[in-house]
Design a protein around this ligand. Structure first.
Ligand code: NAD
Length: 288
């Protein structure tokens, strides 16, 4: 299939390479020459404008930094440029309202379109093991699923347009709250003279058990290998967690949801990411 791919950064680069490996004809565009050159090395055809990459495409996939960029790229270079009948997939993490607005505009112009944000970082993007949470009509989902399967291990239909983004920010808000809680528990255990490994052995089989503890422990040397064992390098950057918390709080406000712990988590990561945005989000334990 001829697939235009817009946004070949940390995530998009690996995703586009996996589409090539699956046998697709990938037409790549990025504002960065370095990203475009890497995509070419991975077997994509490089284009000098998004509109050119989309002109002859049967599908368009985007992996861009934020909602304003997604809206502008789709309005200027995708909708009305990609051939009628192409299916459009935005995999970026953006606000629910913009996702719904862009999808409505695409549908109005006769395209099937989904929002399909991902769970999983750069390693999962490179390895083709992302989880996609997809919003859109059943028909759009069916068409997108075939393409997403080449880049991920799970593709889940979350409901109507924008629901992929809704699932993503609800999940990541929960993750932030859970990680801060896990870090607090280990810090207090330490103050009380309880060894971290002993606390892990007890809590990981008790009611405090959670993913942040048993799969991604913020204490080095405890639990399976995680970024804490590598001085909090790699993993999921605090700056990206903060981005998702801001989107979550924006959505809480517009939808009228009550999220006091989500709000406090955002405040905590705002302060932490100001100087430590590149560190994995589990490094929040350093502040306690
Ligand atoms: P990135 O900054 O590495 O890549 C974004 C790419 O988009 C860059 O190469 C940039 O040059 C390009 N770009 C920007 N504006 C453009 C435009 N107008 N036209 C074409 N290209 C343009 O970011 P990333 O880490 O790859 O993240 C991409 C998206 O994935 C974000 O929405 C992010 O929140 C989400 N995400 C990232 C991770 C992660 O671990 N990095 C995990 C899950 C989701």
């Amino acid at each position: 299939m001829k697939i235009a791919f817009i946004g070949l950064g940390n995530m998009g680069g690996g995703m586009a390479a996996n589409l090539v490996k699956a046998g697709h004809d990938v037409r790549a565009f990025d504002l960065s020459d370095a990203a475009l050159a890497a995509a070419k090395d991975a077997g994509c055809t490089a284009f000098t404008a998004a509109s050119e990459a989309c002109a002859d495409a049967e599908a368009v996939v985007s992996m861009l930094p934020n909602g304003a960029i997604v809206k502008s790229v789709y309005e200027s270079d995708v909708i009305g440029t990609a051939p009628a009948g192409a299916v459009l997939l935005d995999c970026s993490t953006i606000d629910v309202a913009t996702a719904r607005e862009v999808i409505a505009a695409a549908q109005g112009a006769g395209y099937d379109m989904v929002d399909a944000p991902v769970s999983g970082g750069i390693a999962a993007a490179n390895g083709g093991t992302l989880t996609f949470m997809v919003g859109g009509t059943a028909e759009a989902f069916g068409r997108a699923e075939v393409i997403l399967n080449a880049m991920g291990k799970a593709v889940i239909h979350a409901g109507d347009a924008g629901n992929g983004q809704a699932a993503k920010i609800c999940n990541n808000m929960l993750l932030a709250v859970q990680m801060i809680g896990t870090a607090e528990a280990f810090s207090m255990a330490d103050k009380l003279g309880l060894d971290a490994q002993t606390f892990y052995d007890i809590s990981s089989v008790s009611s405090g058990q959670c993913w942040s503890m048993t799969s991604y422990c913020p204490v080095p040397g405890v639990g399976p290998q995680s970024p804490s064992d590598n001085d909090y390098q790699g993993g999921f950057a605090s700056a990206l967690m903060l981005k998702d918390l801001r989107l979550a709080m924006e959505a809480a406000e517009t939808s009228g949801a009550s999220t006091p712990l989500g709000k406090h988590s955002q405040e905590i990561y705002e302060e932490f990411a100001a100087d430590n945005g590149g560190l994995d989000f589990s490094a929040i334990i350093k502040t306690l």
